[in-house]
Design a protein around this ligand. Structure first.
Ligand code: ZN
Length: 679
């Protein structure tokens, strides 16, 4: 039954994409189960892999092998996030799997929620705020449960659990923050991630990597990207993540599946990408990683694509060490026509951007953008996943070879479907007109924003000679995200969007502006605990932009703060002026980035992006609580089912969408968990 209904959705979706109408409006088939469950501040969704069934067998096989490579590295991100994460996860999983007492009482339910949260954030710290979250059951209860479990089933002895893990789990002050970005503190010593060994100070770490850098090198490797810095007898040394090095057990499995993938590649370019990646995993050589990235950019004709490796550096306060992640995907050919329009006009956008000509690219190179369908999420992209990706990250590769950017539309689609009718807009949008506009254009405008942000925003502009790109330090990520968002916001309000057929009319960008301002000034606060500052880079970016525009547009009443029935609303009065404010701020932010002006970057972020107005925050949380929603979403993966003939040859691969969240996590723990408990 499920399969039949799902086919219906696929067919409908294809029809809809072809006619370019809004799927949200038109989509009638709602048998696909997008929403699974909700706990703490998290909800679990499922994404449909539209179009998989129609792929030729060889491409299905390629996706299958890459999807296995995407799952095998999962333990790595747990260990990277905190050195006790694997021990805690495995201890709780042992209890969860084997406890034979009452599983229905509140204490056990609390333990279950705690474990589900750990699965979600790949460790004991919140995936977004990076604050440690605390169990809602007592130490006594935990100890009782632990004592009923056969010691052989635990990853470490019971004594070790009590001695080592209990303080980590139950003492709020111990390893309280995974990534500390508080200005003036030792960001390394106070961050609980596992990228830097205990006892290493910020000054030591900075000095270690400063020594490696050659300011005359125009094509530097990404120093420190794939290693943990250790301190042995007072000497600093890198433990590289590779076959035969740290995380070898997981990386060997990844390489095994990449080798399989090599047997079914679509073309030589794609095969070359996989060969470089295997070589990099075997050697840990960052020069090979650069070669891999350049080859990945050159592979333009493959239908199937993937990311697999140590990629993003958000988890390291210094922005050097990369977390392990994977996304396997294939092209959504129909929707990609939209991004092709954008990328083929990239030079026009660069030329007309409101920034100082010195900071513009004279020649925009290799901007490629596509809309993709995610087929498997892994590591740092699972279960919480980005909706757009722009890679590679190395500035010189982007300068010389361009970048690839993607919008993951089956994920944004699932978000949209899951949020239908949840009451959120009705609560926070000021007028019915605003609500209607978002219903009509929201999905389209959001996707276009992501396209512009990823494809043009991050790829736009240039650094002045002598600027390396890491000068902004802990403020760098927020400034970079603001730059990309502003590029998108500024151009969404340009008539060019309608001329290019990317938006139907002016109402569409207005809905995007309403949405952005409401979120940046108000509703994103639902993601923060009362009294806390804004810390996550994307959130800082959104508040920076919204607050700056609000403050700097005050004289003209561009954005108005309205109080109605004791509720606060932010209402955009002048969309054209707001667009020009976005342009002004883009010019400022681009200068900060291009010149590497740390002080100016710091001031912008500290003045606009960090502090929260307590009363407003209280009000927003109270209004939100009544809706009983969860601000964060993550996804379970589909299960790939092999159909084989009598000789064991694969004859077809199908997707199963029935696996539950805990079920999937326990299966991964059993079948795809390779690392020692401590690495
Ligand atoms: Zn971004």
């Amino acid at each position: 039954m499920k399969t039949v209904s799902f086919f219906l959705i696929v067919i409908l979706f294809i029809m809809i994409s072809c006619t370019n109408t809004n799927p949200i409006e038109e989509e009638k088939a709602d048998d696909f189960q997008f929403y699974l469950e909700q706990f703490a501040d998290l909800k679990i969704l499922r994404y449909p892999v539209f179009g998989f069934e129609e792929l030729p067998l060889q491409q299905k096989e390629l996706i299958y092998y890459l999807s296995q490579a995407a799952i095998e590295g999962r333990d790595i991100i747990f260990d990277q996030n905190n050195k006790h994460n694997l021990a805690i996860r495995r201890t709780l999983e042992a209890i969860y799997a084997n406890y034979e007492g009452d599983r229905e009482n509140e204490d056990f339910k609390a333990l279950e929620v705690y474990l589900k949260r750990i699965w979600f954030s790949n460790g004991i710290h919140h995936h977004y705020s990076t604050d440690k979250f605390m169990p809602d059951f007592t130490l006594d209860y935990f100890t009782d449960l632990l004592n009923t479990i056969d010691e052989a089933k635990l990853p470490i002895s019971k004594n070790e659990v009590i001695k080592t893990l209990v303080p980590v789990m139950f003492d709020p002050a111990f390893d309280a923050k995974r990534v500390n970005q508080t200005e003036g503190e030792d960001l390394i010593a106070t961050s609980a991630n596992n990228y830097w060994a205990d006892g290493i100070t910020l000054a030591e770490a900075e000095a270690f990597y400063a020594k490696m850098k050659d300011p005359t090198d125009r094509t530097p490797v990404s120093y420190g990207l794939n290693s943990r810095l250790e301190k042995v007898n007072g000497e600093l040394t890198e433990n590289v993540w590779k076959v035969g090095g740290t995380y070898s057990a997981a990386i060997e499995k990844i390489v095994y599946w990449l080798d399989k993938a090599l047997t079914v590649t679509e073309n030589d370019d794609q095969a070359q990408v996989i060969r470089y990646l295997i070589d990099y995993y075997k050697t840990g050589d960052l020069k090979t990683f650069d070669k891999y990235n350049v080859a990945w950019l050159a592979d333009q004709n493959s239908h199937i694509d993937f990311v697999n490796g140590f990629i993003e550096t958000y988890g390291d306060p210094l922005g050097l060490k990369a977390s392990w992640e994977s996304v396997v995907n294939f092209k959504n050919v129909e929707a990609t026509k939209r991004t092709e329009i954008i990328s083929s006009n990239a030079q026009w956008f660069e030329d007309h951007s409101p920034v100082d000509p010195r900071f513009k690219k004279e020649e925009v190179k290799g901007v490629t953008a596509k809309v993709i369908t995610a087929a498997m999420l892994g590591g740092d992209c699972y279960p919480a996943t980005p909706i757009g990706i722009n890679l590679p990250n190395a500035d010189w590769i982007r300068r010389d070879h361009g970048s690839k950017s993607v919008t993951i539309e089956n994920i944004t689609y699932a978000y949209d479907k899951a949020s239908e009718g949840n009451g959120f807009l009705e609560e926070f949008a000021f007028s019915q007109e605003e609500i209607d506009r978002i219903r009509k254009y929201g999905f389209q405008a959001d996707n276009l924003h992501t396209d512009l942000h990823e494809c043009l925003g991050h790829g736009s502009g240039q650094l002045l000679p002598g600027v390396a790109g890491d000068e902004l330090k802990a403020y760098g990520a927020s400034i970079e995200e603001a730059r990309a968002d502003l590029f998108a916001l500024y151009y969404m309000g340009d008539i060019k969007m309608i001329e290019l057929g990317l938006l139907p009319n002016e109402d569409a960008y207005k809905s995007a502006y309403d949405d952005y301002i409401r979120n940046g000034l108000m509703t994103q606060l639902t993601r923060i605990k009362l009294g806390d500052d804004v810390e996550q880079a994307h959130m800082r970016n959104r508040q920076l932009i919204s607050k700056w525009a609000y403050e700097n547009g005050k004289a003209d009443n561009v954005i108005e703060r309205v109080s109605k029935d004791d509720k606060t609303y932010f209402v955009v009065n002048d969309y054209k002026k707001l667009q020009s404010l976005f342009g002004e701020l883009l010019a400022v932010i681009q200068r900060v980035k291009s010149e590497g002006d740390f002080e100016a970057g710091k001031k912008l972020v500290e003045d606009y992006a960090v502090k929260v107005e307590l009363d407003l925050h209280k009000e927003v949380l109270a209004r939100y609580e009544k809706l009983n929603l969860a601000p964060y979403s993550g996804f379970v993966n589909p299960v790939y089912m092999l159909e084989k003939d009598d000789n064991g040859e694969i004859v077809n691969i199908t997707l199963d969408y029935t696996e539950g969240y805990a079920e999937q996590m326990m299966r991964y723990a059993k079948k795809h968990s390779w690392l020692p408990t401590y690495n």
